[in-house]
Write a protein that binds this ligand. Structure first.
Ligand code: SAM
Ligand code: SF4
Length: 313
């Protein structure tokens, strides 16, 4: 379906939980999130129904996210249900990867074709520092499990000045070693926990890796390759180069709100609605998608009104 500004909305980012086994500093507060009761989040039945109606409205790609989607019980059967919905051509997943060693096989069998694994550093100490709880070895084991299971793999690294900018070459060398795409994503001001120096432009990657050869752009990421590399390097610049004009996505939060724009407070509740009402709200949400969100900067936080783990990044 076309939104009010002529953009075809084909991509749903679906958060299946706001819980997480990590506590990344840029994403959620240290104490974790408010623990929602089971009946406060969308049931599997409601999720499948919502995706079916989204598909009727033109959604063809669904990304399962969270919080950490793999902590939701029976996640593989949910993915299986979603991948069987008529019109859904692609089901993919964004994860911190730590639970993939036990789940990669069943997710692959459930029709998930691609996984994006979040990995901001290759240093065990820094990994623990940025995630507050995690072990780098678990994330790396997840990455290996994803490659072994045959997924198309992307690694997402949030660029944080003074934290991992010195690691850009090391992270980039993952694309020499493995057939994966690495995407550097600019830090978005969601939690207010970072000073101005943390917000660096993705162009810093081009300065540090002058040998990068530009390939193309998919509307969100500018894509490059190191000479001889097995995978590409993408630069995603939501702060320095907002991509609102080519935004084709809507989001559904785990507690059942459609968010037409990540950085706007506008939300439309679908929880507890019957078929007709849910269809109408989904349509209305797409039509209310704004042309653009307000500019973001170190001084100007997102108007999202929620932490990232609650929205589904
Ligand atoms: N738990 C999963 C994971 O970490 O991949 C999925 C949910 S997480 C909210 C989705 C993505 O959002 C991750 O790649 C994470 O790095 C990114 N993210 C979270 N907060 C962010 C921020 N403030 N700026 C940029 N990216 C952020
Ligand atoms: Fe959890 Fe992902 Fe947020 Fe990190 S980025 S706290 S892994 S939801």
């Amino acid at each position: 379906m076309r939104d009010s500004f002529g953009r075809d909305i084909t991509y749903l980012r679906l958060s299946v939980t706001d819980r997480c086994n990590l506590r990344c500093r840029y994403c959620m507060p240290e104490e974790g999130c408010s623990r929602k009761q089971h009946d406060e989040i969308l049931s599997f039945e409601e999720i499948v129904r919502a995706v079916r109606y989204c598909s009727e409205l033109g959604i063809i790609k669904v990304r399962i996210t969270g919080g950490e989607p793999l902590v939701r019980k029976n996640i593989s059967s949910l993915c299986n249900e979603i991948s069987k919905i008529e019109g859904i051509e692609e089901v993919c997943l964004t994860t911190n990867g730590t639970l993939l060693p036990s789940l990669a096989g069943s997710l692959r069998d459930a029709g998930v074709g691609r996984v994006n694994i979040s990995l901001d550093t290759l240093s065990p100490d820094k990994y623990r520092m940025i995630t507050r709880l995690g072990n780098l070895s678990d994330a790396l084991a997840g990455l290996r499990a994803a490659l072994d299971a045959g997924f198309t793999v992307k690694v997402n690294a949030v660029l944080i000045g003074g934290f991992n900018d010195s690691e850009i070459p090391d992270l980039a060398s993952l694309t020499m070693k493995y057939p994966l795409d690495l995407r550097f994503i600019e830090l978005m001001p969601m939690t207010n926990g970072f000073g101005a120096e943390a917000y660096i432009k993705s162009d810093v990657v081009l300065e540090m890796l002058p040998e990068l050869q530009e390939e193309d752009s998919d509307g969100v990421a500018r894509r490059f390759r190191l000479p001889g590399a097995k995978g590409r390097i993408g630069l995603i610049s939501p702060v320095s180069d907002m991509f609102c004009s080519s935004c084709n996505r809507i989001r559904i939060t785990s507690d059942g709100y459609v968010k037409p724009c990540l950085h706007c407070a506008d939300e439309h509740c679908i929880k507890g609605l019957d078929d007709a009402a849910m269809r109408a709200v989904l349509r209305e949400a797409i039509l209310s998608k704004p042309a653009c969100h307000a500019a973001l900067s170190a001084e100007r936080s997102s108007n999202a009104g929620r932490f990232m783990n609650e929205i589904g990044g």
